[in-house]
Design a protein around this ligand. Structure first.
Ligand SMILES: NC(=O)c1ccc[n+]([C@@H]2O[C@H](COP(=O)([O-])OP(=O)(O)OC[C@H]3O[C@@H](n4cnc5c(N)ncnc54)[C@H](OP(=O)(O)O)[C@@H]3O)[C@@H](O)[C@H]2O)c1
Length: 288
């Protein structure tokens, strides 16, 4: 078990690349807000920034990174390939467009945002994911991306991908928050040396994490906020949380996670809660 002391304590990905143990999310952060929000997040200490082509804010996030004045090499920048750019040719184009929009020479991590699923693509789904991955492997070998990963891939999608992949995925970013623990998936990914990043760690927009009675009781018990209890719960499971906030004081609060420890009993209590927000979508059932 790695000892984590602050948000920039590191995990080593399966290719040796170092990644901070907490990141800053930018989903639903509009472009006109994202530049300042990202600069603020870096200013309060975040070094891992998570965006995606579909968020429509890559350009603003790139500007926020520049505004921060922090050396690019000290940051860890992630973006994701959207579903309209699956397949070899389009994926190559998507990577170059993201780099262009963000004004970056390289990304630290690039993810397939959602797997092509059988519901939409029938028997071609696995082949489409393999072709997308092949383009990403090329970009990896060209030095455009330091680590390759997935998002919303369940174990069976990974088994399919590994039939042709030459580079193993280093990360899978999946929805993890109280009441949506993804226990079996996290176990599988960690057993295969794939770092789990947790999206919607606070339950996403309008999160119920902050108002749930059990979470508030735990917040009281530990002298923390419900948001901090939620984030700490992910960290103790070895899951890397990506909290999003456009409020500076919340950004700071979401970094103060290393001066307390949840008991085993409380960890289980949180796991057993009913789902507190998020999408709870089944990647095999989505239509996008
Ligand atoms: N791979 C995927 O498919 C996927 C899907 C969803 C998200 N993500 C990534 O994961 C990140 C996190 O997920 P998310 O943005 O959906 O949700 P989240 O981080 O779970 O929750 C964000 C919500 O919580 C509020 N909040 C943040 N800190 C708070 C605090 N300390 N106290 C009270 N409220 C607080 C935010 O409001 P304010 O901003 O107003 O403070 C916002 O409404 C995203 O930003 C994105 O980078 C990935």
């Amino acid at each position: 078990m790695v000892e984590l002391k602050n948000i920039n304590s590191i995990y080593h990905l399966n290719n040796g690349v170092k990644i901070p143990c907490v990141g800053y999310g930018t989903f639903r952060t509009p472009a006109d807000v994202a530049e300042k929000a990202v600069a603020d997040a870096i200013d309060v200490g975040y070094r891992l920034i998570d965006t995606a082509a579909v968020y429509g804010n890559e350009e603003a996030v790139g500007k926020g990174i520049k505004d921060s004045g922090i050396d690019r090499h000290r940051l860890f920048i992630t973006s994701k390939l959207w579903n309209d750019h699956r397949g070899y040719e389009k994926a190559k184009q998507a990577i170059d467009e993201t780099l262009q929009r963000m004004q970056l020479d390289y990304l630290d991590l690039y993810l397939i945002h959602w797997p092509a699923n059988q519901k939409q693509f029938g028997t071609r789904a696995a082949e489409i994911n393999a072709e997308t991955w092949r383009a990403m492997e090329e970009a990896y070998h060209e030095g455009k991306i330091r680590a390759l990963g997935l998002s919303n891939f369940m174990p069976h999608h990974i088994v399919d991908l590994m039939r042709t992949a030459e580079v193993a995925p280093a990360v899978d970013q999946i929805e993890v928050h109280p009441g949506w623990p993804h226990v079996e998936e996290v176990k599988y990914l960690q057993a295969h040396n794939i770092l789990v990043e947790g999206w919607a760690p606070l339950g996403g927009q309008g999160a119920k994490v902050m108002t749930n009675k059990t979470m508030l009781q735990l917040a009281d018990k530990y002298g923390k906020t419900a948001a901090q209890i939620s984030l700490r719960w992910l960290i103790q499971r070895g899951v890397l949380p990506l909290p999003k906030s456009t409020h500076r004081e919340r950004m700071v609060q979401n970094t103060q996670l290393f001066d307390f420890e949840l008991s085993d009993e409380d960890m289980k209590k949180i796991e057993a809660l009913p789902s507190l927000g998020g999408q709870c979508a089944d990647p095999d059932d989505v239509d996008f």
